[in-house]
Design a binder for this molecule. Structure first.
Ligand SMILES: Cc1cc2nc3c(=O)[nH]c(=O)nc-3n(C[C@H](O)[C@H](O)[C@H](O)COP(=O)(O)OP(=O)(O)OC[C@H]3O[C@@H](n4cnc5c(N)ncnc54)[C@H](O)[C@@H]3O)c2cc1C
Length: 293
């Protein structure tokens, strides 16, 4: 058996979705290996219809299956993905929380372990002279192991944990010297520091949407993920405004949501018409609508 290849992420399947995932992961500094049972990159596009046209890739009016594969390869080139072709993933074993050992039929082993956001604190601790972690609550959603490590450092006096919020900053001649912190017990204290790393979310104002009679959750509209429909049948919410388990505020997710929403909306607009799922590659009626046939 080969020595295990350690990677941030292992993508099983070098089809178009796997290839684009390399790009998104690469943007967030994650290293990737891809495994595919085929002897070529591109999944169905390269294997089944390399010369056929695709008309519905966002932002690309026309591209062949092979052309899309090549475009994706050009797009992910900066991230230097590692491909393992002619290999089929056979087993996946849990080795961490989260962490996996993946083995292919050729005996190649991959190990991927994912660290949590709390690791910012843990990674800075050996480098910085002193680290203070300020958190609104004494409760963390990071991986339990990371939380334990942080608590051990706090217990041994190697770093400080404060529960509260920053209410003011102090400085001299434009240089930060400290922060004022108000604890959850309302006690005010000063924390001397020369670097402040804020990790906070945005507060969004909802405006008139709040008055439309749609159920809301933390200023967002909860939807189901079959059609992205709101609590009011016939009203859909796609894009940044909606929320559901696993939601990512990405335009491409909005494209996906729009596609599923349209299927359900069709039922409302044309209650008597049966909707047949079609590809732009092979459907002459869709091509006609697109003006390409
Ligand atoms: C004729 C035709 C025309 C089409 N036209 C369009 C179109 O116009 N527009 C459109 O949007 N879509 C179209 N599609 C669909 C589109 O090709 C697929 O939606 C797309 O390829 C899915 O990409 P993917 O990366 O998820 O998976 P795939 O392209 O299916 O790639 C998955 C890869 O995973 C690999 N794999 C699977 N299991 C393992 C394993 N255990 N170990 C290693 N590797 C594994 C497979 O070998 C494969 O290469 C068309 C499909 C066909 C067949």
């Amino acid at each position: 058996m080969s020595e295990a290849i350690k990677t941030d992420v292992l993508i099983i399947g070098a089809g178009p979705c796997g290839l684009f995932a390399v790009f998104e992961l690469g943007l967030l500094d994650m290293k990737v290996h891809l495994v595919d049972i085929l002897d070529k990159i591109g999944g169905q596009c390269a294997e089944l219809y390399p010369e056929k046209p695709i008309y519905d890739v966002p932002g690309i009016p026309y591209v062949t299956g092979q052309g899309l594969t090549e475009a994706l390869m050009a797009q992910i080139k900066p991230f230097h993905p590692n491909f393992h072709l002619n290999e089929m993933v056979e087993t996946i074993e849990k080795i961490g929380d989260p962490g996996f050992r993946v083995t292919t039929d050729g005996g190649q082993v991959f190990e991927c372990k994912v660290d949590s956001a709390l690791d910012w604190t843990l990674n800075l601790h050996p480098i910085a002279k002193r680290v203070t972690l300020l958190h609104r609550r004494d409760d963390f959603r990071a991986a339990p192991h990371s939380v334990e490590q942080m608590r051990a450092l706090v217990a041994s006096g190697k770093m400080e944990l404060k529960i509260g919020q920053v209410t003011g900053l102090e400085g001299d001649a434009g240089v930060l010297t400290g922060a004022t912190v108000k604890g959850n017990d309302n006690a005010v204290s000063k924390v001397a520091c020369d670097t402040l790393l804020p990790f906070f979310g945005l507060t969004m104002k909802l405006g008139p949407v709040a008055n439309w009679g749609i159920a809301l959750e933390n200023n967002l509209i909860p939807v189901e993920t079959a059609a992205f429909e709101t609590s009011v049948p016939g009203i859909f919410a796609i894009g940044d405004i909606n929320t559901y388990p696993g939601k990512l505020k990405l335009i491409l997710c909005g494209f996906h949501e729009g596609a599923l929403m349209a299927q359900k909306a069709h039922r409302y607009v044309y209650p008597d018409k049966r909707l047949v799922f079609q590809y732009t590659t092979s459907s002459s009626s869709l091509q006609k609508k697109l003006g390409v046939n």
